[in-house]
Design a protein around this ligand. Sequence first.
Ligand SMILES: C[S@@+](CC[C@H](N)C(=O)[O-])C[C@H]1O[C@@H](n2cnc3c(N)ncnc32)[C@H](O)[C@@H]1O
Length: 217
Amino acid sequence: MADTDSRGGRVYFSPDILAWTAKRHAPHDAALQRAFDAPSRSGMPAIQLGESESKLVTLLLQLRGAKKVVEVGTLAGYSALRLARGLSPDGKVWTIEFDARHAEVARLAIEEAGEASRIEVLTGRGAEVLPSLERHGPFDAVFIDADKESYDVYGRWAARHLVKGGLLLGDNAFLFGELLDDTPRAQVMRRFHEEAAQAFDTVCIPTPDGLLLGVKR
Ligand SMILES: C[S@@+](CC[C@H](N)C(=O)[O-])C[C@H]1O[C@@H](n2cnc3c(N)ncnc32)[C@H](O)[C@@H]1O
């Protein structure tokens, strides 16, 4: 059931409700908790996915039976671990991180989680590293969570290199509430939405900052 308010954008969750439900449905084991805490511990911005959104990504990959996944925007490796948890045992995540310090912290968290053989951290700008991954494709999912100014470029790359039925996932699809602003990066994000809707069956899931989900046609 929904009502006029919730269909119009009102949300019924509070920080307490988010925490209560995340604890029940998306709990952390020791490895996930270490990766989740790593940004604050290492003086990095704590801009990783929320617990529930990251578990949603795990479940979407499980539903898809995903084997090969690309992520743009690693930070400390928290979402990469959540992605890896959704893979079949012989699956692999390639995750791209521009900041060398972030990449180093992520490699350590991934090593500590025992996932170093299934998650490869590549250092560099997404747009420059993606072409080097094409020989491993086509991919089952592409998760975009990096510089918002390049989402349209990443979305086009995903459309070219995903299998039919493969998943496009784009976090911050509401652009921190700025999606409809008249700024260059809002124009890029709107283009990302519009082009995704052409090549994929799409929905923008109303997570706190929007998660665009596309299934490639
Ligand atoms: C929001 S954080 C990623 C959070 C991560 N996905 C998680 O949930 O654990 C964005 C990351 O993208 C990185 N980044 C920014 N611009 C980038 C680019 N052009 N290519 C690759 N990574 C980039 C930032 O350094 C930052 O670590």
